[in-house]
Design a protein around this ligand. Structure first.
Ligand code: GDP
Length: 306
């Protein structure tokens, strides 16, 4: 079975790690969010692409959910001594990837070419595509003005009130090479349990992606909301800001025009009826991934539901 997945960071990384145990990893193509890419110390940071890469390479720091395991932060300490910006945590080993990627980008290579090379060198057997090689940047409007996503999420710890969300550059962006074909040719398009507004939303904002989803054989999502709250991160606040209920039904509402099936959590007793009322088939499973075994079990439920 060929699977194409739309992926953000932490939630997606866990499910994809499970999925790579359940299907042939070579049959998996991942379309990663680049809306929360940023520049830190002059380096190009792609947090969601890197989280997925490190997870599939077996190198992700599992406790933090980002960055490399066995990481040190001496450069960050030295930067603090210099009075440099230190709110974004770049680890010492992780810096190598950032230096390498930034130099390649400045040399004229595309983000998708660089991502393919990085995943190959780290032994990832699935294909990881950035949603676009063109810059699309998620911006958050707060009472004090517009912030880049990482300024809102990491520097301000997602505390400011959210007035609006924008995907700057989306209207001029083209899907990266292979994205539309992967969505069109997959037996299953899987929308990972990721933030619907700032992880999946930017991918959907790239012209051509929603049309490809409408034309796909079957699209199934896994709700990132369990029992009226996200498992982690600011998805609740951002969904409310978008006028969406913070529930599996709110997730189904966001994806309803093209979503066939949504996997909802066993803890959400009202979810199947509410999701069904939106014309989306609900499948019930334990969707909380706390270790490798639960990641694989959820991946099996997803494949079993197709
Ligand atoms: P962010 O952290 O909100 O910026 O977004 P990401 O899309 O990178 O990843 C976090 C999303 O994954 C949140 O919406 C979480 O609720 C969801 N998530 C994380 N772990 C799990 C899990 O074990 N199960 C489910 N169903 N969702 C999860």
């Amino acid at each position: 079975m060929k699977v194409a997945a739309l992926a953000g960071g932490t939630g997606a990384a866990k499910l994809l790690r499970g999925l790579a145990q359940v299907i042939d990893p070579m049959d998996l193509t991942i379309v990663g969010n680049t809306g929360d890419d940023a520049e830190v110390w002059g380096l190009h940071v792609s947090p969601d692409l890197d989280t997925v890469t490190y997870a599939l390479a077996g190198r992700l720091d599992v406790a933090r959910g980002w960055g490399l395991a066995d990481e040190t932060f001496h450069c960050l300490d030295a930067m603090a001594t210099l009075g440099g910006e230190t709110w974004f945590n770049l680890g010492d080993r992780d810096l190598a990837l950032h230096l390498w990627r930034t130099r390649a980008l400045r040399g004229g290579q595309s983000l998708s070419t660089i991502t393919a090379e990085v995943t190959r060198r780290l032994g990832v057997r699935s294909r990881l595509l950035p949603m676009s090689d063109d810059p699309v940047r998620t911006r958050i409007e707060t009472p004090d003005g517009w912030l880049d996503f990482q300024e809102y999420f990491v520097r301000e710890k997602a505390q400011p009130a959210v007035r609006a969300i924008a995907y700057v550059g989306a209207e001029r962006a083209r899907p990266a090479p292979g994205v539309v074909e992967a969505l069109r040719d997959a037996d299953l398009v899987l929308v990972c349990p990721s933030n619907p507004v700032t992880s999946v939303g930017p991918i959907l904002s790239v012209p051509g992606v929603v049309d490809a989803l409408r034309a796909s054989r079957t699209v199934m999502g896994v709700s990132p909301i369990i029992g009226g709250a996200p498992v982690s991160g600011p998805a609740g606040t951002l969904m409310r800001a978008r006028g969406l209920e913070v529930s599996a039904a709110g997730v189904a509402t966001a994806y309803a025009p093209w979503l066939r099936t949504l996997v909802v959590d066993t803890r959400d007793r009202e979810a199947p009826a509410a999701v069904g009322a939106l014309g989306v088939r609900a499948v019930v499973a334990d969707t909380l991934m706390t270790d490798r075994a639960t990641e694989v079990a959820l991946a099996r439920s997803v494949i079993g539901a197709v």
